[in-house]
Design a protein around this ligand. Structure first.
Ligand code: GLN
Length: 445
């Protein structure tokens, strides 16, 4: 009730929620109280949270931030949602995002932009901007996000919270509306690494419904949180401290690294030589996969349908032209082009080869160091409306995108401010090093 009252009072301005499910939440809270009375409460029983509106939720509007799905009520729960329910959490509703998770500012939503609670003239980051803003404003203690190229870590950084993108395959993607299937991964966004660890405990693990989920046991991610950091080897990728990095962001990150040195870590420079190919490779691969995934929105089976189509082709064309926003249409066009005969080898295949080199850069670095540290984003949150051309928006993801191409986990941790706007420290580890990342993040908090 406290959290619902805060949403009612503050979210008119922030616009972080698309749907508030007050009735279902109060019923779930009663069920949690009853479980507690029976002595059956787990660590998350009764925990209020918010779900990015990209996760299918049974009987609840699931829009993906798009006019295309503005009327779509999912008939089933995503595996993550099912697991969170089983853990006794109480969802308060579905939160705003860039349309189909395409964006870095939450300005691409058909439901309007979200504002950054620290400074309402700034964006909250994207695409999980609603999740980040809702946690930062204290509307919920935790939220679920997804990260295809930075969409958990960059909004967590912009909103001064902690956000973890797990290893590709650690968390089931079943029932999460697909953007780029080989890159998408769900993860927790909360105040602290400890909260993220509790949530990861609940959502991680193999799922027979997602063949890309990895058959590997789930440790208790809270167990190693307090482990000492003496002897930890930190690498600072030189490519993450170059041109385009805001000097005040750099100062905050270097200060955080000094804190780790004082905790007994050693620091050295490393190189990820193919870093500058990450954005070009991503903007071939992600739109290619998106164009294929989004072909299912044809106006026939579900979602937006144009009025009075003259024939089938007219139905497809107008339903898609009306239902998809500008950025989504741009990516569908790029993706269908790069996948088309005659261009496939030059673009898509080449990008996949580059992807392999980027992954190898990380694997080589993790031969030398335990974790990598750097900024989550080159600047603090920018002003709403400030980035008009798509390429300047794409450059936002310069430190986050390679991580998805490599499939490794990454976490963004609050590390100070530039004026009123938060800065995020990004910590990266090798595949399935989530427990280590949470430990390293926790010791900083
Ligand atoms: N900003 C990137 C994009 O627009 C990443 C988004 C994401 O991680 N979902 O594609």
């Amino acid at each position: 009730e406290h959290q619902l009252a805060r949403i009612a009072r503050l979210d008119g301005e922030l616009n972080s929620f698309i749907t508030v499910t007050a009735e279902q939440a109060l019923a779930a809270a009663d069920a949690a109280d009853a479980a507690r009375a029976r002595g059956e409460a787990g660590p998350l029983t009764g925990l209020p949270l918010a779900i990015k509106d990209l996760f299918c939720t049974e009987g609840v509007l699931t829009t993906a931030g798009s006019k295309m799905l503005a009327n779509f009520v999912s008939p089933y729960d995503a595996t993550v949602v099912e697991k969170l329910k089983a853990a006794g959490t109480v969802s308060l509703g579905k939160v705003n995002l860039d349309e189909f998770a395409m964006g870095s500012s939450n300005e691409n939503s058909a439901f309007g932009p979200v504002k950054n609670p620290w400074d309402t003239s700034a964006v909250p980051g994207g695409s999980s901007g609603g999740s980040a803003a809702a946690v930062a404003a204290g509307l919920v203690p935790a939220a679920m996000g997804t990260d295809t190229g930075g969409s958990i870590r960059q909004p967590a950084a912009f909103c001064g919270i902690t956000g973890l993108k797990p290893t590709y395959g650690r968390v089931s993607r079943w029932g999460i509306i697909a953007y780029a299937s080989s890159l998408d991964q769900a993860g927790p966004m909360a105040r602290t690494a400890e909260d993220c660890a509790l949530l990861l405990n609940a959502i991680a693990g193999p799922d027979p419904k997602d063949s890309t989920s990895v058959a590997r046991g789930v440790p208790d991610y809270t167990e190693e949180l307090g482990a000492p950091l003496s002897g930890l080897k930190i690498g600072l990728p030189v490519e993450y401290f170059g041109d385009g990095l805001d000097p005040e962001v750099e100062a905050a990150v270097r200060e955080a690294v000094r804190v780790y040195e004082s905790l007994g870590a050693t620091v050295r420079e490393v190189s990820l030589p193919h870093t500058h190919y990450a954005i070009p490779a991503y903007y071939v691969i992600a739109p290619a996969e998106a164009s294929s995934n989004l072909s299912r929105y044809d106006g026939v089976r579900f979602g937006h349908r144009c009025k009075a189509p003259s024939d089938l082709i007219d139905l497809y064309k107008r339903s898609r032209a009306e239902g998809f926003g500008e950025e989504v249409q741009r990516r569908i066009l790029i993706g269908t082009h790069t996948l088309s005969e005659g261009f496939f080898d030059a673009y898509y295949k080449k990008a996949q080869q580059v992807r392999r080199l980027i992954r190898q850069d990380f694997l080589d670095a993790f031969e030398e160091v335990d974790v990598l540290m750097g900024p989550a984003s080159p600047t603090p949150a920018f002003d709403l409306g400030a980035k008009k051309d798509p390429v300047s928006m794409y450059l936002q993801d310069i430190y986050t995108i390679a991580v998805n191409l490599a499939g490794i986990p990454g976490i963004s941790v609050p590390a100070g401010f530039v004026g009123k706007r938060p800065v995020g420290l990004q910590i990266l580890g090798t595949h399935f090093a989530e427990a280590r990342l949470l430990n390293v993040a926790h010791r900083f908090q």
